[in-house]
Design a protein around this ligand. Sequence first.
Ligand code: NAD
Ligand code: GDU
Length: 336
Amino acid sequence: MPSTKPLVLVTGGAGYIGSHAVLALRDSGYPVIVLDDLSNGTREAIPADVELVVGDVGDRSVTDPLLRDKGVGAIMHFAGSIVVPESVTDPIKYYSNNSAASLSLIRSAIEAGVPHLVFSSTAAVYGAAERVPIVESDPLLPINPYGASKLMTERMLADIAPATPGFSYAALRYFNVAGADPQGRSGQRGKGATHLLKVACEAAVGKRDKVQVFGTDYPTPDGTCIRDYIHVADLADAHVAVLEALLADPATSRIHNCGYGKGFSVLEMLDALDRVNGTPVPREMGPRRAGDPPQLVADSSGLQSQTSWRPKRNDVEQIIADALRWEKKLLEESQA
Ligand SMILES: NC(=O)c1ccc[n+]([C@@H]2O[C@H](COP(=O)([O-])OP(=O)(O)OC[C@H]3O[C@@H](n4cnc5c(N)ncnc54)[C@H](O)[C@@H]3O)[C@@H](O)[C@H]2O)c1
Ligand SMILES: O=c1ccn([C@@H]2O[C@H](COP(=O)(O)OP(=O)(O)O[C@H]3O[C@H](CO)[C@H](O)[C@H](O)[C@H]3O)[C@@H](O)[C@H]2O)c(=O)[nH]1
């Protein structure tokens, strides 16, 4: 029987978080189509029967016919550039791919009559937050071009939606996304990983000789930075819940933090990895990395009170176990 749920276009669906959103949408009965330029994604990240359009979200010769002809009912917009230090050395890339390309997609969507867009924003819009947990109304003071490029898109959406009858959006500010699909269907692939848990799991399976701890003199109980790690499958479920909130109340746009509201230090994460792994992962204490705020923890009560989303995998050892299982699978694939 054909689905009665709207077709969802997932931009960046061949990447880490987008591929988990594709799984969550399909698990909930939504038909899905993916638009990705494969600059950091892979075909294998998407189920074989999902249509992949290889192209740039900023290219209207791609997005106009796609949105017009396929009958897209909502967009989840994950495509973007994601490396904070690179945004400092190459800000034009970030304003181009995260701000300008998003504006192009938004125009294309509105002209095609697509009513809803869910945008991947980031805790980086808050910059070096003065207090935790962070609420959505806290000051937006990004400290790098990555965060600024995402905030610009949020600002565009905040101005455009009220001026555009029939169009609403959700901006989701992710905190630290980690883990892999609990069923082993997807996980984080990209080369040159920089995220703590990915790097540490690569060290656990022998792809690296150690993990370096960036800074031990922060004003936190053990001196290392504190972050709020959300399981990627819970984050994917949050997207479905937010889409359903938009469909149920189409005139209301929303902005939500996505995290669990509990912080873990770098050393707490590495200790938990050692417990899950059963053998200690070599670690080395090192200097601070530029631009790291001491603490980022989300107040996500709005996401829970305003949508049906409830965290299901709010357990740091499960996040790590899923990430580690995925890393072992990647290693086996590379040795096959
Ligand atoms: N990973 C995190 O911890 C995190 C935290 C906060 C926000 N985010 C945001 O979530 C989104 C997804 O991040 P991710 O970690 O899955 O990254 P990712 O690099 O794995 O996925 C991004 C995908 O977008 C594609 N892409 C990039 N530019 C494109 C373009 N112009 N046109 C079409 N496709 C393009 C890439 O090929 C890739 O498959 C990003 O917007 C990122 O800024 C991620
Ligand atoms: O090898 C490593 C990697 C990271 N860290 C530390 O681990 C913590 C987490 O670092 P990540 O690189 O995993 O994540 P960030 O907190 O820097 O970045 C995350 O949050 C940002 C918002 O502030 C952006 O959204 C970004 O995309 C997202 O990955 C930081 O204190 C970092 O210094 C290490 O000690 N060693």
